[in-house]
Design a protein around this ligand. Structure first.
Ligand SMILES: C[S@@+](CC[C@H](N)C(=O)[O-])C[C@H]1O[C@@H](n2cnc3c(N)ncnc32)[C@H](O)[C@@H]1O
Length: 272
């Protein structure tokens, strides 16, 4: 065999039998991505918009202006909401209560689907409602529940003393007879200068509410403090302090404007 060929064979045989030496470690495995355990999702602060309901920004602002003005200038008083659904407006009201004020809410809750005095369309809208859901939502924002009454809004007079309330939000049944009755409850429960707020005084699907609310204004002496697209705010006392609070609130806000008209010599402040 030729020397060149012999050397080549020796070299190949040597490679096959040679053991790795410390000087030549086996090639390292290709680096892989380190396995990082997934971060547990951080619980975030609950937000009012997490709660289903009907409580637009213009009414959130107006509640703030009026409730905070009362809290700053008047003694503590009771607050009532008729019709809470899942708690959107009630949670908001709860954020504007003063120390020691009693907040009472009334709703049919789980019984709304069987309530014959409410039209089928409304019963269907509220069919997912339970008292438990309302209470769970409320407790995400506040350490304690308000006084929760399950029943027709008319029973509020058995649970809240006359002449004690500074604010009553009427947002239960939107039928004419019921709203008239709730307006009368509000008049009895409000103390001098207390404020009532009526929901849906102008919606296409609530002509009974519109009739009942304007009748209360035109026949029963309710003075309009202001209007939003969805709610009418009024008082059987002096409307000027509330109007002044609204004018100041709108003036300090970038989001809202004010239009003033007159109905039967009453100034009507419309927030838009
Ligand atoms: C429009 S929702 C209330 C919305 C709530 N205020 C908000 O801003 O999210 C009306 C509520 O009133 C309740 N309701 C309807 N008729 C009622 C009645 N006659 N008495 C008591 N509650 C009633 C319904 O169960 C429903 O929860």
């Amino acid at each position: 065999m030729k020397p060149l060929l012999r050397n080549l064979r020796r070299a190949v045989r040597g490679q096959e039998t040679a053991k790795p030496t410390p000087a030549s470690p086996p090639p390292a495995a290709a680096p892989t991505e380190p396995v990082v355990p997934a971060e547990p999702e951080q619980p975030r602060e609950p937000r009012l918009d997490d709660i289903r309901g009907w409580f637009p920004a213009s009414d959130q602002a107006t509640f703030t202006w009026l409730l905070d003005h009362q809290r700053a200038t008047e003694p503590a008083g009771d607050v009532v909401e008729l019709g809470v659904f899942m708690g959107k407006s009630a949670v908001y009201v709860g954020q504007h209560l003063a120390e020691g004020e009693r907040f009472t809410v009334v709703d049919l809750f789980d019984d709304v689907t069987d309530e014959a005095s409410i039209p089928a369309s409304e019963r269907t809208t509220y069919r997912s409602l339970t008292q438990k859901t309302f209470e769970e939502n409320y407790l995400k924002f506040h350490p304690e529940l308000p006084v929760v009454v399950r029943g027709l809004s008319s029973v509020v007079r058995e649970h809240v003393e006359a002449d004690t309330c500074r604010f009553v939000h009427v947002d239960a049944s939107h039928m004419y007879d019921h709203v008239r009755e709730d307006a009368e409850s509000a008049r009895l429960l409000l103390r001098e200068g207390g404020i009532v707020c009526f929901d849906d005084y102008r919606s296409a699907h609530t002509p009974g509410t519109a009739a009942a609310v304007w009748e209360t204004v035109l026949d029963d002496g309710l003075q309009v403090i202001c209007l939003t697209g969805q709610k009418l705010y009024g008082t059987w006392g002096d409307p000027e302090p509330g109007r002044a609070a609204v004018r100041a609130g709108v003036a300090a806000s970038d989001a809202f404007k004010l239009d003033e008209q007159t109905i039967r010599d009453q100034p009507i402040l419309r927030i838009y």
